[in-house]
Design a protein around this ligand. Structure first.
Ligand SMILES: [Zn+2]
Length: 276
């Protein structure tokens, strides 16, 4: 897999009542540093696809899941990579990007704690058609595709439950194609910021205008101009490398209806994940 450099976390036993994990991070120079231990309640994962599985199914799956941490802008998949793994984001937010012939990339979907990445491997698809990059750093659980297919063969309920996640992904792509065509860049930017905020759970979004421009398929000066206007209206605030939503209700009012459409599928899932 060309988009390597992923770091595997210590494997936790999920069914312990004192589920705690030593969580390593990396500093700006890429060196591993200790992060204070996070105490986790006796829930299984922050990913609602996994949390939605029946307990016996998840119990069988869990020994094959590994927790990893991705940094912002780190690639999970490059285009045409082998689909070796499926990923279930917890706190990480991932962008699926389609690369154009001239090297530009446009975001076609975002996935967070409500979804999964690499679902094509359930259908024996061997390679990715797009890149997948972390828009927000955080944790994911991953499983080898061949192992998940094996579990699916032995548990008829598992593929049905994973199909619902795939259906949600297809609805997102459909809606975003309409959004890109009919809604203004300002509306789309507001919608996108709200989605990233909801999926990642961070109050301060580590984003650059370049990153936002890439996601929306527009030029950076357009993003800078709109961000300035949103800041004047006190909907957001930003400084180098970070954006905060200062008036959520105002930003929702400025977003297109797609925000509500995109979150309706995932609303209960996100709620569940945030409660963990
Ligand atoms: Zn829209």
């Amino acid at each position: 897999m060309r988009g390597g450099m992923l770091r595997t976390e210590t494997f936790e036993r999920p069914f312990s009542r004192t589920w705690e994990t030593g969580f390593l991070s990396r500093n700006a120079k890429g060196r591993a540093i200790d992060r204070p231990e996070e105490s986790m309640p006796p829930a299984l994962s922050r990913n609602s696809v996994l949390n939605g599985l029946p307990a016996p199914t998840l119990k069988k799956l869990w020994p094959n899941l590994r927790r990893i941490h991705v940094e912002r802008e780190q690639f999970i998949f490059q285009q045409d990579d082998d689909l070796e793994f499926l990923y279930f984001p917890e706190t990480a937010v991932l962008s699926e990007l389609h690369m154009l012939d001239d090297g530009r990339m446009v975001e076609v979907a975002i996935t967070g704690c409500h979804g999964a990445i690499g679902l094509g491997s359930l259908y024996e698809a061997s390679q990715t058609s797009n890149c997948v990059q972390a828009t927000q750093a955080g944790s994911l659980l991953r499983i080898e595709s061949c192992l998940l297919r094996k579990h699916c063969r032995n548990d008829s309920q598992l593929p049905l439950l994973l199909h619902s996640s795939l259906a949600s992904y297809i609805r997102q792509i459909s809606l975003r194609s309409v959004c890109n065509m009919y809604h203004s860049v300002e509306e789309r930017l507001c919608t996108w910021l709200l989605l990233i905020r909801d999926l990642g759970g961070q109050t301060r979004l580590k984003l650059t205008h370049e990153q936002i421009a890439r996601a929306l398929g527009v030029y950076r000066p357009s993003v800078t101009s709109i961000a300035l206007e949103l800041r004047k209206r006190q909907l957001i605030d930003y400084s180098r490398g970070g954006i905060s939503i200062t008036d959520r209700a105002g930003l929702e009012a400025a977003a297109c209806d797609c925000y509500y459409e995109l979150t309706s599928d995932a609303a209960s899932a996100v709620e569940l994940a945030q409660a963990v």
